[in-house]
Design a protein around this ligand. Sequence first.
Ligand SMILES: C[S@@+](CC[C@H](N)C(=O)[O-])C[C@H]1O[C@@H](n2cnc3c(N)ncnc32)[C@H](O)[C@@H]1O
Length: 332
Amino acid sequence: MESQSGECLAVLYQPLDHTRRTHWHDVAIVSAFARAMGDAGSVLDVGPGDGWPSLRMADRFSRIVGIDPSPKRVRVQRENAARLGILNVEFLVMDAEAMSFGDASFDGVCAASSIEQCDDPAAALAQVHRVLRPGGTLAMVFEDYSEYFPESDGDEEVWVERARSTDGPGEHVLFYQLRTKSPGREVRYGIVIDGVRLAGDRELSEVVDAMVGTPVSLDLQADSAPKRPDELSIPFLETLAPHVVSAACYELNHVTSRTLDELLRSVGFSEIRHLNHRIPLVHEAFDAAESEGRLDEYASTFVQVCEEIGVRAVDDATSGQGSFVIAQKPPR
Ligand SMILES: C[S@@+](CC[C@H](N)C(=O)[O-])C[C@H]1O[C@@H](n2cnc3c(N)ncnc32)[C@H](O)[C@@H]1O
């Protein structure tokens, strides 16, 4: 992907817009990150994607370094910094699990939806702890894996989902996402199909179209046979093979609020606090204003309103659940 956010990020790609819910969220989260890291001078951003949140925080810290193992992501991050005229944010190709920085190199570390994308989140957090100065703060947003299984108490479920991408003209991307709840592990198979060639096989094309965007839950405990074998079986993949352009597979080791707490403590962090889940107040404020047709009343004040919510959420952070976590490296 050229832009991993689909060029939808506020400021990085679009002017701040008080009529967009995501922009309210963006301002609140950026303020929460900045507040959490306080008076840090140097900040490390793990896995900045398109340059977020580093580029949004450039005016709040004297030096920010973003690291990402993907050369393509780093190229995009550097291009975005140059386009925005930001000079105090540097992006490096580097894996969070094997950082080349010295111990205690940064006053603060932020990570947005990236630690759980690492092959070994525990190794990445151990490195984060090492490069953070004693007394420094880690602020991170993460995907809480417990939300993937909202209605299930079981431990053995596997989920399969498929999605479609319009990245390239005439290309379909199918994702098989096999998820186990405990341990929190997800295996994603991505299959890129030549849509033009596929169109020549109408029957198969209809099956693929029917698959797109339809999650299927399989309970392997109760019934080991897939409910829709024609779509999920090896014979189906063999039928698809002539139309496949490329394929990739990767595994994710997911975290929940609880397992992340355990990981953070095991590598040496303390004072672990969670913000209210996804800063719901900003969404409530936006939804109320939108449903009452009062959104334009916020045109001049929405940045201030969202910043205040972000700051308040950090000040009110408690232990418990939430997908925004603040942790301290104990002072020496
Ligand atoms: C879901 S994106 C989040 C991007 C951005 N922080 C945001 O919130 O928009 C995950 C990012 O983590 C990066 N990433 C994956 N594995 C990583 C690793 N081992 N070390 C550092 N970054 C990693 C990816 O390349 C990608 O840029």
